[in-house]
Design a protein around this ligand. Structure first.
Ligand SMILES: CC(C)(COP(=O)(O)OP(=O)(O)OC[C@H]1O[C@@H](n2cnc3c(N)ncnc32)[C@H](O)[C@@H]1OP(=O)(O)O)[C@@H](O)C(=O)NCCC(=O)NCCS
Length: 362
């Protein structure tokens, strides 16, 4: 079987989770006790910074293994040159050079991105991780004792590092230095210079901007908004839409065959249709790629009638909870939606308000 290595996209969430499930079940090679859900993995892939990545090994359309590269610290610039790697290969495909090939790609990417050193942490009892990392040039530099609690005692954790060729110095200007603190380094929000709507996924470094924008537009306290966003950032993707004179945000996530959208907000109101429309277009396009059959939009009942009309013009039809097919209702009911209305738009021509048989069987 030909195995190829490539950068993961959010659509790889399911394949990556299947590897996580395997590794977690082994109870020996990760500190995680539960595998991430597909939604969590998907959201994580969506919020990766430009300098972070997951590389996957793929064969016959299946994900066989993956390696993650994350910033060591996202609250200061002084460790921007340090990355953390984690590697997981399906048990059936180990000792076939997949881990090494993933590492070659990750190291190259890391070097290009200005990393000078990579860190890995491995449980002392993990007989696979340490020799693998040593074969890649990592050396043990210390041990955290009794760091991992197991079902039957504790395990130590060995810290390993590997230097890469020194990368050209990264520029750090004064405003970046000032941004240091206990919150993630904020990404400055640059508005486009035209009325053309630019839509992009929010990354972790957009978090402070998102908190400010959402609290300003909704008039809610930044502390409350920050708490809510922190939690939902773990499982939803946020999109930011901007023109030179307006800004909008929407969050969404796929579950089964539905794409659930919440909290479309735009400022100022006169920009609602172009920015809101571009955000909805982007979600619908991404959801179609994920084979979602319908988009479900949670709309505040108190929103102006003009917006309800706008959604209807775009093909969204309001649904009573009882009308919703049970697949979608289950998820919809989990969300506190007393003051919200659900509007549904089929994303495929053959879908009305119920998912297809084949999708239900998946
Ligand atoms: C560790 C792991 C990622 C290695 O992936 P892999 O695809 O099997 O590794 P490779 O086949 O590319 O091996 C590269 C080299 O690592 C070393 N190595 C890998 N597995 C080894 C093992 N079980 N025992 C001894 N050396 C090993 C060898 O030097 C190997 O080269 P060789 O096969 O030419 O002798 C894989 O075993 C795994 O997923 N383990 C569970 C998760 C884990 O422990 N992750 C590491 C912690 S982050």
């Amino acid at each position: 079987m030909a195995v190829s290595i490539r950068k993961a996209t959010p659509e790889d969430a399911r394949g990556i989770v299947s590897i996580w499930q395997e590794i977690v079940a082994e109870k020996a090679h990760t500190v995680m006790r539960k595998a991430f859900t597909v939604a969590q993995q998907w959201a994580y892939l969506n919020t990766l910074e430009d300098r972070e990545a997951i590389f996957v090994a793929e064969g016959d359309g299946d994900i066989l293994g993956f390696q993650t590269l994350d910033l060591y610290a996202d609250y200061t610039h002084s460790m921007d040159h340090v990355g953390v790697v984690r590697t997981y290969v399906s048990a059936e495909r180990r000792r076939q050079g997949i881990g090494r090939r993933l590492a070659e790609t990750t190291f190259q990417f890391a070097h290009e991105q200005g990393y000078e050193k990579l860190i890995a942490r491995v449980q002392a009892k993990n007989s696979l991780g340490k020799p693998f990392l040593e074969s890649l040039g990592f050396t043990p530099v210390g041990t955290f004792l009794r760091q991992v609690r197991l079902d039957d005692g504790y395990d130590d954790q060995v810290i390993m590092e590997r230097f890469l060729a020194v990368a050209p110095p990264q520029s750090t200007d004064a405003s970046e230095a000032q941004s240091e603190g206990l919150t993630p380094k904020p990404r400055p929000l640059t508005l486009p210079e035209t009325e053309q709507v630019e839509v992009r996924r929010a990354r972790r470094s957009d978090f402070p901007v998102l908190v400010t924008v959402v609290s300003r537009i909704t008039g809610r306290s930044p502390k409350v908004v920050e708490g809510e966003l922190k939690e939902s950032f773990l499982w939803r993707s946020y999109l930011i839409g901007a023109t030179k004179s307006g800004l909008g945000v929407i969050s969404w996530y796929p579950v089964d065959v539905g794409a659930y959208m919440k909290g479309l907000i735009v400022y100022p109101e006169r920009e609602f249709e172009p920015i809101g429309g571009a955000l909805l277009d982007t979600v619908e396009k991404d959801a179609t790629k994920l084979r979602c059959e319908a988009a479900l939009l949670f709309v505040k009942r108190t929103e102006p009638a003009s917006r309800h009309l706008f959604y209807r013009r775009r093909g969204y039809v309001s649904q009573d909870m009882e009308q919703l097919h049970s697949t979608w209702r289950e998820v919809a009911e989990e969300l506190p939606s007393e003051d919200e209305l659900i509007m549904l738009k089929p994303l495929r021509q053959d879908v009305s308000s119920s998912p297809s048989e084949s999708a239900e069987e998946e």
